[in-house]
Design a protein around this ligand. Sequence first.
Ligand SMILES: NC(=O)c1ccc[n+]([C@@H]2O[C@H](COP(=O)([O-])OP(=O)(O)OC[C@H]3O[C@@H](n4cnc5c(N)ncnc54)[C@H](OP(=O)(O)O)[C@@H]3O)[C@@H](O)[C@H]2O)c1
Length: 303
Amino acid sequence: MDFKLKNIPSQQGRIAIVTGANNGIGFETTLAMAKYGFKVVMACRNMKKAEKAKSAILQKSPDADLDILQLDLSDLNSVRAFAKNYKNNYSQLDVLINNAGVLIYSGKKNGAGIELQFATNHLGHFLLTNLLIDLMPDDTASRIVVLSSIAHKTAKIHFDDLNGENIDDAEAVYGQSKLANLMFADELNRQLKRSGKKMVVLAVHPGGSFSGLFEEMSKGVRYYMYRTLAPFILNSNSSAAKPSLFAALSPDVQGGEYFGPQGFNEFKGKVGIAKRSDYSKREDVAKRLWELSEELTGQPFIL
Ligand SMILES: NC(=O)c1ccc[n+]([C@@H]2O[C@H](COP(=O)([O-])OP(=O)(O)OC[C@H]3O[C@@H](n4cnc5c(N)ncnc54)[C@H](OP(=O)(O)O)[C@@H]3O)[C@@H](O)[C@H]2O)c1
Protein backbone atom coordinates (compact mmCIF):
# COMPACT_ATOMS: atom_id res chain seq x y z
CA MET A 1 0.00 0.00 0.00
CA ASP A 2 1.60 3.24 -1.09
CA PHE A 3 0.60 5.78 1.52
CA LYS A 4 2.06 9.16 0.67
CA LEU A 5 1.34 11.53 3.53
CA LYS A 6 2.49 14.45 1.42
CA ASN A 7 -0.36 13.87 -1.06
CA ILE A 8 -3.10 14.45 1.51
CA PRO A 9 -4.92 17.75 0.85
CA SER A 10 -5.39 20.32 3.62
CA GLN A 11 -7.94 19.27 6.22
CA GLN A 12 -8.64 22.82 7.39
CA GLY A 13 -12.14 23.17 8.88
CA ARG A 14 -12.18 19.59 10.21
CA ILE A 15 -11.90 18.55 13.87
CA ALA A 16 -10.19 15.49 15.31
CA ILE A 17 -9.90 14.11 18.83
CA VAL A 18 -6.77 12.17 19.74
CA THR A 19 -6.87 10.42 23.12
CA GLY A 20 -3.52 10.16 24.92
CA ALA A 21 -2.22 12.99 22.72
CA ASN A 22 0.54 14.06 25.10
CA ASN A 23 2.97 11.19 24.66
CA GLY A 24 4.40 8.52 22.35
CA ILE A 25 2.31 7.63 19.32
CA GLY A 26 -0.54 9.98 20.29
CA PHE A 27 1.85 12.94 20.36
CA GLU A 28 3.16 12.14 16.88
CA THR A 29 -0.37 11.54 15.58
CA THR A 30 -1.49 14.90 16.95
CA LEU A 31 1.50 16.69 15.42
CA ALA A 32 0.84 15.15 12.00
CA MET A 33 -2.94 15.73 12.11
CA ALA A 34 -2.33 19.39 13.05
CA LYS A 35 0.11 19.75 10.13
CA TYR A 36 -2.65 18.55 7.79
CA GLY A 37 -4.83 21.41 9.02
CA PHE A 38 -7.09 19.63 11.51
CA LYS A 39 -8.08 21.38 14.69
CA VAL A 40 -6.96 18.69 17.13
CA VAL A 41 -8.57 18.31 20.54
CA MET A 42 -5.96 16.68 22.75
CA ALA A 43 -7.84 14.41 25.16
CA CYS A 44 -5.42 13.91 28.03
CA ARG A 45 -5.66 12.88 31.66
CA ASN A 46 -2.82 15.07 32.93
CA MET A 47 -3.20 18.77 32.11
CA LYS A 48 0.44 19.65 32.87
CA LYS A 49 1.71 16.97 30.50
CA ALA A 50 -0.86 18.06 27.91
CA GLU A 51 0.25 21.71 28.08
CA LYS A 52 3.88 20.65 27.74
CA ALA A 53 3.05 18.50 24.72
CA LYS A 54 1.02 21.32 23.16
CA SER A 55 4.01 23.69 23.52
CA ALA A 56 6.31 21.08 21.97
CA ILE A 57 3.95 20.66 19.00
CA LEU A 58 3.65 24.43 18.56
CA GLN A 59 7.44 24.69 18.46
CA LYS A 60 7.54 22.19 15.62
CA SER A 61 4.42 23.47 13.88
CA PRO A 62 3.59 27.07 14.90
CA ASP A 63 0.26 27.13 13.01
CA ALA A 64 -1.08 24.04 14.78
CA ASP A 65 -4.66 24.55 15.99
CA LEU A 66 -4.79 22.66 19.28
CA ASP A 67 -7.17 22.55 22.22
CA ILE A 68 -6.83 20.48 25.37
CA LEU A 69 -9.71 18.80 27.19
CA GLN A 70 -9.27 16.67 30.29
CA LEU A 71 -10.15 12.98 29.98
CA ASP A 72 -9.41 10.04 32.24
CA LEU A 73 -10.54 6.98 30.33
CA SER A 74 -10.33 4.72 33.37
CA ASP A 75 -13.18 6.69 34.99
CA LEU A 76 -16.55 6.61 33.22
CA ASN A 77 -17.65 9.82 34.97
CA SER A 78 -14.65 11.57 33.46
CA VAL A 79 -15.57 10.19 30.02
CA ARG A 80 -19.12 11.53 30.43
CA ALA A 81 -17.78 14.93 31.58
CA PHE A 82 -15.41 15.04 28.60
CA ALA A 83 -18.23 14.30 26.12
CA LYS A 84 -20.41 17.01 27.70
CA ASN A 85 -17.56 19.49 27.65
CA TYR A 86 -16.79 18.64 24.01
CA LYS A 87 -20.43 19.06 23.00
CA ASN A 88 -20.59 22.43 24.79
CA ASN A 89 -17.61 23.66 22.79
CA TYR A 90 -17.84 22.02 19.36
CA SER A 91 -20.72 21.05 17.12
CA GLN A 92 -18.91 18.50 14.95
CA LEU A 93 -16.38 15.70 15.11
CA ASP A 94 -14.73 14.39 11.94
CA VAL A 95 -12.08 11.99 13.21
CA LEU A 96 -11.89 10.19 16.55
CA ILE A 97 -8.60 8.44 17.25
CA ASN A 98 -8.91 6.09 20.22
CA ASN A 99 -5.19 6.00 20.86
CA ALA A 100 -4.61 6.18 24.65
CA GLY A 101 -3.58 3.00 26.34
CA VAL A 102 -1.88 1.45 29.32
CA LEU A 103 0.19 -1.69 29.79
CA ILE A 104 0.11 -2.63 33.45
CA TYR A 105 1.84 -5.64 34.95
CA SER A 106 0.68 -5.10 38.50
CA GLY A 107 -3.01 -6.05 38.24
CA LYS A 108 -4.35 -2.61 39.21
CA LYS A 109 -8.09 -1.90 39.04
CA ASN A 110 -10.07 1.28 38.50
CA GLY A 111 -12.41 2.81 41.09
CA ALA A 112 -15.23 0.49 39.99
CA GLY A 113 -13.08 -2.62 40.55
CA ILE A 114 -12.46 -3.30 36.85
CA GLU A 115 -8.99 -4.31 35.69
CA LEU A 116 -7.28 -1.08 34.63
CA GLN A 117 -6.25 -2.05 31.09
CA PHE A 118 -9.71 -3.33 30.14
CA ALA A 119 -11.27 -0.26 31.80
CA THR A 120 -8.94 2.27 30.12
CA ASN A 121 -8.11 0.74 26.78
CA HIS A 122 -11.54 -0.68 25.99
CA LEU A 123 -14.44 0.46 28.21
CA GLY A 124 -13.46 4.15 28.35
CA HIS A 125 -13.12 4.30 24.56
CA PHE A 126 -16.33 2.31 24.08
CA LEU A 127 -18.28 4.89 26.09
CA LEU A 128 -16.42 7.85 24.54
CA THR A 129 -17.28 6.67 21.02
CA ASN A 130 -20.89 6.02 22.02
CA LEU A 131 -21.29 9.53 23.46
CA LEU A 132 -19.67 11.35 20.51
CA ILE A 133 -20.72 9.40 17.43
CA ASP A 134 -23.83 11.53 16.92
CA LEU A 135 -21.57 14.53 16.18
CA MET A 136 -19.90 12.77 13.25
CA PRO A 137 -21.19 13.58 9.76
CA ASP A 138 -22.47 10.49 7.96
CA ASP A 139 -19.75 10.56 5.34
CA THR A 140 -16.90 8.23 4.34
CA ALA A 141 -14.42 10.92 5.43
CA SER A 142 -15.70 10.55 9.02
CA ARG A 143 -13.35 8.12 10.73
CA ILE A 144 -13.22 6.25 14.01
CA VAL A 145 -9.75 4.78 14.44
CA VAL A 146 -9.15 2.24 17.21
CA LEU A 147 -5.63 1.24 18.27
CA SER A 148 -5.17 -2.46 18.84
CA SER A 149 -1.90 -4.41 19.08
CA ILE A 150 -0.03 -7.47 17.89
CA ALA A 151 -0.68 -8.64 21.47
CA HIS A 152 -4.31 -9.36 20.53
CA LYS A 153 -3.19 -12.44 18.58
CA THR A 154 -2.70 -14.74 21.55
CA ALA A 155 -5.58 -13.35 23.62
CA LYS A 156 -9.16 -14.33 24.33
CA ILE A 157 -11.98 -12.46 26.07
CA HIS A 158 -12.30 -14.16 29.47
CA PHE A 159 -15.97 -13.42 30.14
CA ASP A 160 -15.79 -15.44 33.35
CA ASP A 161 -12.60 -13.69 34.51
CA LEU A 162 -12.44 -10.26 32.88
CA ASN A 163 -10.11 -8.96 35.58
CA GLY A 164 -7.66 -11.75 34.82
CA GLU A 165 -7.52 -12.90 38.46
CA ASN A 166 -6.74 -16.44 37.30
CA ILE A 167 -4.49 -15.53 34.37
CA ASP A 168 -0.81 -15.97 35.24
CA ASP A 169 0.56 -14.14 32.20
CA ALA A 170 0.20 -10.37 32.82
CA GLU A 171 0.67 -9.66 29.11
CA ALA A 172 -2.35 -11.83 28.27
CA VAL A 173 -4.48 -9.42 30.28
CA TYR A 174 -3.14 -6.50 28.23
CA GLY A 175 -3.74 -8.64 25.11
CA GLN A 176 -7.37 -9.12 26.15
CA SER A 177 -7.88 -5.33 26.28
CA LYS A 178 -6.32 -4.87 22.83
CA LEU A 179 -8.38 -7.74 21.43
CA ALA A 180 -11.44 -5.97 22.83
CA ASN A 181 -10.32 -2.84 20.91
CA LEU A 182 -10.15 -4.79 17.65
CA MET A 183 -13.44 -6.62 18.17
CA PHE A 184 -15.18 -3.37 19.15
CA ALA A 185 -14.03 -1.73 15.89
CA ASP A 186 -15.31 -4.72 13.88
CA GLU A 187 -18.67 -4.84 15.65
CA LEU A 188 -19.18 -1.06 15.42
CA ASN A 189 -18.44 -1.25 11.70
CA ARG A 190 -20.97 -4.08 11.25
CA GLN A 191 -23.64 -2.23 13.19
CA LEU A 192 -23.08 1.02 11.28
CA LYS A 193 -23.33 -0.85 7.98
CA ARG A 194 -26.55 -2.51 9.12
CA SER A 195 -27.96 0.95 9.95
CA GLY A 196 -27.01 2.13 6.45
CA LYS A 197 -24.41 4.62 7.76
CA LYS A 198 -21.41 5.69 5.67
CA MET A 199 -18.92 6.69 8.35
CA VAL A 200 -15.86 4.41 8.53
CA VAL A 201 -14.48 2.48 11.52
CA LEU A 202 -10.96 1.05 11.25
CA ALA A 203 -8.61 -0.73 13.61
CA VAL A 204 -4.86 -0.28 13.47
CA HIS A 205 -1.79 -1.42 15.34
CA PRO A 206 1.41 0.61 15.45
CA GLY A 207 3.88 -2.29 15.41
CA GLY A 208 6.37 -1.89 18.22
CA SER A 209 7.82 1.43 19.34
CA PHE A 210 9.67 2.43 22.46
CA SER A 211 7.13 4.76 24.05
CA GLY A 212 5.88 5.45 27.56
CA LEU A 213 3.88 2.22 27.39
CA PHE A 214 6.66 0.16 28.92
CA GLU A 215 7.18 2.26 32.03
CA GLU A 216 6.19 -0.54 34.39
CA MET A 217 8.95 -2.76 33.01
CA SER A 218 12.07 -3.04 35.13
CA LYS A 219 14.75 -0.47 34.31
CA GLY A 220 17.09 -3.27 33.18
CA VAL A 221 14.65 -4.63 30.62
CA ARG A 222 13.82 -1.15 29.39
CA TYR A 223 17.52 -0.32 28.99
CA TYR A 224 18.02 -3.58 27.06
CA MET A 225 15.03 -2.79 24.83
CA TYR A 226 16.12 0.75 24.21
CA ARG A 227 19.79 0.07 23.52
CA THR A 228 19.65 -3.25 21.73
CA LEU A 229 16.23 -3.96 20.24
CA ALA A 230 14.75 -0.57 19.50
CA PRO A 231 17.21 0.71 16.89
CA PHE A 232 17.01 -2.47 14.82
CA ILE A 233 13.54 -3.90 15.02
CA LEU A 234 11.26 -1.27 16.51
CA ASN A 235 9.49 1.68 14.95
CA SER A 236 10.09 5.27 15.94
CA ASN A 237 6.96 6.79 17.50
CA SER A 238 6.44 8.92 14.38
CA SER A 239 6.52 5.84 12.12
CA ALA A 240 4.30 4.01 14.61
CA ALA A 241 1.72 6.79 14.10
CA LYS A 242 1.47 6.05 10.36
CA PRO A 243 -1.17 3.30 10.55
CA SER A 244 -3.40 5.70 12.54
CA LEU A 245 -2.80 8.50 10.01
CA PHE A 246 -3.46 6.14 7.13
CA ALA A 247 -6.75 5.06 8.70
CA ALA A 248 -7.74 8.65 9.44
CA LEU A 249 -6.87 10.08 6.05
CA SER A 250 -6.61 7.57 3.24
CA PRO A 251 -9.49 7.53 0.76
CA ASP A 252 -8.42 3.96 -0.04
CA VAL A 253 -9.97 2.09 2.93
CA GLN A 254 -13.07 0.03 3.73
CA GLY A 255 -14.77 0.01 7.13
CA GLY A 256 -13.74 -2.99 9.21
CA GLU A 257 -10.19 -3.18 7.86
CA TYR A 258 -7.22 -3.55 10.20
CA PHE A 259 -3.90 -1.89 9.32
CA GLY A 260 -0.36 -2.11 10.63
CA PRO A 261 3.29 -2.24 9.56
CA GLN A 262 4.24 -5.03 7.16
CA GLY A 263 7.89 -5.74 8.14
CA PHE A 264 9.49 -8.42 10.34
CA ASN A 265 6.99 -9.62 12.95
CA GLU A 266 4.82 -6.61 11.98
CA PHE A 267 7.06 -4.44 14.19
CA LYS A 268 7.81 -1.81 11.56
CA GLY A 269 7.57 -1.19 7.83
CA LYS A 270 5.10 0.12 5.28
CA VAL A 271 1.45 0.30 6.27
CA GLY A 272 -0.77 -2.48 4.96
CA ILE A 273 -3.46 -4.96 6.00
CA ALA A 274 -2.46 -6.42 9.38
CA LYS A 275 -2.69 -10.04 10.47
CA ARG A 276 -5.37 -10.94 12.94
CA SER A 277 -6.15 -14.04 14.98
CA ASP A 278 -9.04 -16.32 14.00
CA TYR A 279 -10.52 -15.71 17.45
CA SER A 280 -10.70 -11.94 16.73
CA LYS A 281 -13.01 -12.67 13.78
CA ARG A 282 -15.65 -14.36 15.93
CA GLU A 283 -18.85 -12.33 15.60
CA ASP A 284 -20.54 -14.16 18.50
CA VAL A 285 -17.75 -13.06 20.84
CA ALA A 286 -17.80 -9.49 19.50
CA LYS A 287 -21.55 -9.27 20.06
CA ARG A 288 -21.27 -10.62 23.60
CA LEU A 289 -18.44 -8.17 24.34
CA TRP A 290 -20.57 -5.33 22.95
CA GLU A 291 -23.51 -6.24 25.19
CA LEU A 292 -21.25 -6.58 28.22
CA SER A 293 -19.64 -3.21 27.45
CA GLU A 294 -23.07 -1.55 27.21
CA GLU A 295 -23.93 -3.06 30.58
CA LEU A 296 -20.65 -2.06 32.24
CA THR A 297 -20.82 1.50 30.90
CA GLY A 298 -24.55 1.76 31.64
CA GLN A 299 -25.14 3.28 28.22
CA PRO A 300 -26.93 1.53 25.33
CA PHE A 301 -25.29 2.26 21.97
CA ILE A 302 -27.83 3.96 19.72
CA LEU A 303 -26.80 4.30 16.09
N1 LIG B 1 4.33 1.39 21.62
C1 LIG B 1 4.06 0.17 21.22
O1 LIG B 1 4.96 -0.66 20.97
C2 LIG B 1 2.63 -0.26 21.04
C3 LIG B 1 2.38 -1.51 20.47
C4 LIG B 1 1.07 -1.91 20.27
C5 LIG B 1 0.03 -1.05 20.60
N2 LIG B 1 0.30 0.16 21.16
C6 LIG B 1 -0.83 1.03 21.49
O2 LIG B 1 -0.57 2.34 21.05
C7 LIG B 1 -1.32 3.26 21.84
C8 LIG B 1 -0.45 4.44 22.24
O3 LIG B 1 0.50 3.98 23.18
P1 LIG B 1 2.00 4.52 23.25
O4 LIG B 1 2.87 3.38 22.84
O5 LIG B 1 2.15 5.81 22.55
O6 LIG B 1 2.17 4.67 24.83
P2 LIG B 1 2.45 5.95 25.75
O7 LIG B 1 3.63 6.69 25.27
O8 LIG B 1 2.46 5.41 27.13
O9 LIG B 1 1.17 6.85 25.54
C9 LIG B 1 -0.07 6.46 26.06
C10 LIG B 1 -0.96 7.67 26.19
O10 LIG B 1 -2.20 7.24 26.78
C11 LIG B 1 -2.51 8.09 27.86
N3 LIG B 1 -3.32 7.46 28.89
C12 LIG B 1 -3.02 6.41 29.68
N4 LIG B 1 -4.02 6.17 30.55
C13 LIG B 1 -4.98 7.09 30.30
C14 LIG B 1 -6.23 7.37 30.88
N5 LIG B 1 -6.71 6.67 31.91
N6 LIG B 1 -6.97 8.38 30.37
C15 LIG B 1 -6.51 9.12 29.34
N7 LIG B 1 -5.30 8.91 28.76
C16 LIG B 1 -4.55 7.90 29.24
C17 LIG B 1 -1.13 8.46 28.44
O11 LIG B 1 -1.24 9.56 29.28
P3 LIG B 1 -0.14 9.84 30.44
O12 LIG B 1 1.03 10.47 29.75
O13 LIG B 1 -0.85 10.75 31.39
O14 LIG B 1 0.21 8.51 31.04
C18 LIG B 1 -0.38 8.73 27.14
O15 LIG B 1 -0.69 10.01 26.66
C19 LIG B 1 -1.89 2.46 23.00
O16 LIG B 1 -3.25 2.15 22.74
C20 LIG B 1 -1.08 1.18 22.99
O17 LIG B 1 -1.79 0.08 23.53
C21 LIG B 1 1.57 0.57 21.38
